[in-house]
Design a protein around this ligand. Sequence first.
Ligand code: SF4
Length: 686
Amino acid sequence: VHQDYRKWETTQVKTTCPYCGTGCQINLVVKNRKIVDAEPANGVANKNLLCVKGKFASYKFVTSGERLKKPLIKRDGEFVPVSWSEAINYMAERFGTLKSQYGPDSLAGFACSRSTNEDNYVFQKMVRTAFGNNNVDNCARVCHAPSVHGLGITLGSGAMTNTIADITTDVDVILLIGSNTTEAHPVIGAQIRQAVQHGTKLIIIDPRNIDLVKNSTLHLQLKGGTNIALINAMMHVIIKEGLADEKFIAERTEGYEAMRDLVADYTPEKVAPICEVAPEDIVKAARMYALADKAPLIYCLGVTEHSFGTEGVMSMSNLAMLVGKVGRPGCGVNPLRGQNNVQGACDLGASPFDFPGYQKVGDPAVQAKFEAAWHTKLNDKIGLTETQALPAAQTGRIRGLYIFGEDPMATDPDTNDVRRDLENMDFLVVHDLFMTETAKYADVVLPGLSYAEKDGTFTNTERRVQRVRQAAKALGGVKVDYQVFSELATKMGYEMAYDSPSAIMDEIAQVVPSYGGINYERLEQNSGLQWPCRTLDDPGTPILHVDKFTRGKGLFKALPYQPPDELPDDQYPFLMATGRQLYQYNTRVMTDKTPGIDQLAGRSYIEMNTVDAQKMGIKDGDKVQVSSRRGTIQTYAAVADVVSVGSVFMTLHYHDGNANVLTNPHCDDIAIIPDYKVCAVKIEPV
Ligand code: SF4
């Protein structure tokens, strides 16, 4: 019997894109209870725009036949489907045994930056209460943790200072550093392009000849890993030419003298050979930025993913404060956060350093507050980061790990070592939509719900809390994620239960001052709310640090340039960076379920400069072998002048030709982030 599809009811459900931190609003078109299309909705951040991922790749994965549907327990090396109660009882027993045998600090959990605020809040609460430690983290550790730490130290809030609309509308100059915006945050990239069409000048500081260079006034194609030297040289020029904002510095900042004395040595002539840029371009960039009235500084992972990533972020604050461009419209220091809810995961305490709301672990008053709110004793020791917890499996310090919505086998550096970490874990739970590379090493695999099957909120890169709305019925047999965490915590002895995501947000508002005025009723009436939003009559805060910095005075830091941990040498002569491209998203676990995407971008590649390729007899499309001190992969050469001579670039998306087999796990000292942007490799024709 054929049903008449024309009679099927079509509805649109407005929600938030499941990919990058732009936070575009999408209408999911639902027909006969199935999502059949996605249309742009008019969100504040996206102004009716969507990129290829939001438009075409935001719903087909939801109904993919590859979705996990039942909990699985590994028995004799094979995954066996079990009931939820059996899985949760088994997990509680195994985590509980490890906890009594090796102590609470032997367990850890990684939360999910693509899941909702409500899921992240309940997950970290489960780790802190039932596991009994602060070993909880999220994927910010491998992307923007330096922004959280660096902006927190210098300005007092680890977040974008202004709004997307504000930094792309009627501004004189945009200073874009280490952000391939049209590929990683395409809708913001489109807005930058529109700004240029309306007269904004664009300065790009990036080692690659990225697409936006076509729209720029000035491109400083610096050598990877030399950001701090370049920014110090720009500040040298600004101070020397009397372009610093002395009034702002005197009234609103501290620590200036030490920074000024340090950059006195960073003349453009001295720095130019370090960065491999022309000294006159450093001078030109410094003048353009300093002399502009409205000039936002926008940056991304090209600043953070380094051996000195946190210092790199602090140098962004130095530069903006030096010219008084913080706390004003059309200015600020603006990190573009990667995943759709990585800002929210950090805000809500998926961090070993912070309880929800960046309230510090180890502060007795904070500890007392959360003990009273959660009615339990809490561990007062700062926990391990993701980058510390994984290797700790090899020393026996971490024995049990719960990974929710992350895939370290694909995303973390030195894949061969990550494999050893996972193999050494006594008990591993992976909770995800699909059987990921990491899930293959798990003892228990749990099916998760996608964004389209749940209610909740995401917080985008501009601190805007926006609704996520259920458009499709939850896949049969899959439990709501926060209920899984609550039931596991309860089984482990800490009772926890929530009626709805809205009830979780109400609890968040009680314990996180910057979310104090946020609830679902207000979110329905507004286009999201930007934190800090402290009370029910607070409209939210589009621009931070207007009258004073969150920390009181803005803090200058004297930051000497230090070379990256691993530089090219005779054995490994190329400097390799990794990054993203437009069509795929991170590990491709969602994007590769959309037919067509793999035809556009279906295999790994390594970008090489034409001069290097010709010297080695390598042609565009040739298969090559790439090795670093940590491993070897095979991939395909993409020969063009996007990278400089001596540099190469790979994306992080592909399991075949996985760039992270090569990357360097060495971490920065403050945010403990690995250096994904500089490692030494050699290339051989195959
Ligand atoms: Fe989604 Fe980001 Fe694309 Fe917007 S720009 S549609 S949030 S992936």
